[in-house]
Design a protein around this ligand. Sequence first.
Ligand SMILES: NC(=O)c1ccc[n+]([C@@H]2O[C@H](COP(=O)([O-])OP(=O)(O)OC[C@H]3O[C@@H](n4cnc5c(N)ncnc54)[C@H](OP(=O)(O)O)[C@@H]3O)[C@@H](O)[C@H]2O)c1
Length: 303
Amino acid sequence: MERHTQIPSESRFLIQKMSLSNVRLSNKSGRSICRTTARLSSHARLRVEASALVEPGSLVLVAGATGGVGQLVTAKLIERGYNVRALSRGSKGGMFGSVPNLEVVKADFRTEATIPSGLMDGVDAVCCCTGTTAFPSSRWQGDNGPRETDLIATSNLIKKTPQNVKRFIYVTSAGVERQTQLPWVILNAFGVLKYKRESEILLEGSGLNYTIFRPGRLTDGPYTSYDLNTLLKATAGDRKAVEVALTDRFSSETSRISVAEAVVQSLLIESTVGKKIAMGNVQGEGPGSDTQKWQAIFQAAKA
Ligand SMILES: NC(=O)c1ccc[n+]([C@@H]2O[C@H](COP(=O)([O-])OP(=O)(O)OC[C@H]3O[C@@H](n4cnc5c(N)ncnc54)[C@H](OP(=O)(O)O)[C@@H]3O)[C@@H](O)[C@H]2O)c1
């Protein structure tokens, strides 16, 4: 069935089936808004979006805000006039100091009990940049390996996100759909790709307006991973152009700066809704923070 485009001010509605040719549009509290004679299949439940745009001034919750990509996402959002609720499990949240329009909240999504009530109040969008090392490291201490981080914590975040949140942007990884192929099978030795893919699937079926970014091995700081790129302080250098695809087919490295910019830009680009976007950096000029250039990049994305 076609999506409705001319609707009253509320952004989301449930269409409740009354009969095959008589349906009632109601808001989330169940109040009738209007009736229509559109035909729906049984159990039809249609979300109608007025807008998936999340503009400056909105409140964005950043999970993994203390991570490499998360720090850049947080900084870019603040710089562009968003309000940010930055999540961290522990004391690392102190890295932000006192910044206007930035609220740091301690939250660990591994268990329901450690998720503060009211965390989602007023949130317009969620950017999830959480993760851990693919191989055993000190980051796994305290029972926080890939399963806990990339599956349990992320799944709980997705499930806790109310349906009236306009966007959910999730950073995963290249290789999530190539887990049995080299070199991904090695990277997946402890399940990091498997768990990320399981969380992607949950998000895809959540009813939320999702966008998934799948970067390759990360370059540029903040250097938070325990790998060669961190040891070498690898940068994108003259590979500032961004390539994107709608299938998991890249092996190119990706700059944390490009990933963070893509996350922030996608809030303003509705065509990214419902997409899983593989991304990498190649030689050439980058789009910088130009929304029109990012729009063109995303529109050109092919399977
Ligand atoms: N490194 C690479 O080459 C590479 C390549 C492709 C994709 N990726 C993926 O890209 C994403 C961003 O990478 P990154 O290097 O920026 O990540 P990162 O620096 O490792 O940051 C991960 C963040 O996740 C948070 N976190 C960890 N466990 C958590 C939990 N149980 N609940 C809530 N938050 C938790 C941490 O915050 P606190 O400790 O403050 O809670 C940390 O700030 C990750 O998903 C990563 O796996 C990385």
